[in-house]
Design a protein around this ligand. Sequence first.
Ligand code: DGY
Length: 322
Amino acid sequence: MSLPKIFVTRQLPERGLNPLLSHAEIEIWPERQPPAYEILLEKVQQIDGLLCLLTDRIDEQLINTGKSLKVISQMAVGYDNIDIKAATNRKIPVGNTPGVLTDATADLTWALLMCAARRIIESEQYVRAGSWQTWEPTLLLGTDLSGATLGIVGLGRIGEAVARRASGFNLRVIYSSRHRRSKEIEAALGVEYVEFNRLLQESDIITLHTALSKETHHLISYAQFALMKRSAILINTARGAIVDPQALYQTLKSGQIAGAALDVTEPEPIPLDSPLLSLKNLIITPHIGSASYQTRLKMATMAANNLLAGLLNQPLPYCVNP
Ligand code: DGY
């Protein structure tokens, strides 16, 4: 009996595909850039399983073209690149990788938060540029975390992990979320629920941890920036399109807020001629929230296990279809 065929849209961490080795005929896209949509359309006609990444557009046309497609497994927790409704209509289960990247992403959020608050990137560039002449009382001043208010937008797994990390910093932590968490969870995390607009007004640092959807697309735009403190710092390690890039540029350029740090942009990668790249009060990293050896291996293994379950007609361990 021939093995089911799967297509993996990029090289994954070594050993990540181990669960699939004896169960499928595996084709791995060998290039650094993702396969073009046309290539995906061609591949999907010949496969039973697709292991994809957030850079692949898995839309209705693609899903319907894959006549023998039984399962889609995304190596990421977010899946806004996949038309879940179209997959569900065809009874194709879609898997994702929640949980295993929570800590890595929360760590990176804190790294960016501290870099922005204490101007670490600017300081490092200052040293390398040979500008460090002496100790100066007003050189590269940032802002204290102690006593500040941290506003978490979206208290899911990653938002919670960010809140837990705040406990050593003597911060007040407020959050807004679609669903208010129980009093017990709020007390355990040391967080206080507030309405979204109040969070924008009261926070010294605002960090975004919500999924991208129609409702959260450009959730942060001109009106929301206008509510923030002039000293506010915005952190985004969730999805680029949650923040309106034009509004962010105007806001940072005019000094309407103090700074921002983004691990995600709209679009990705950010074009080199983007005006955002001219701003000194903005830090950008290339979507590396989950980029640790351990985490990426766990994500790949989990994605492989989801795919395998689908090929074997078993329920996926982590399935996102409603
Ligand atoms: C995800 O998993 O959705 C991240 O953005 C990439 O790790």
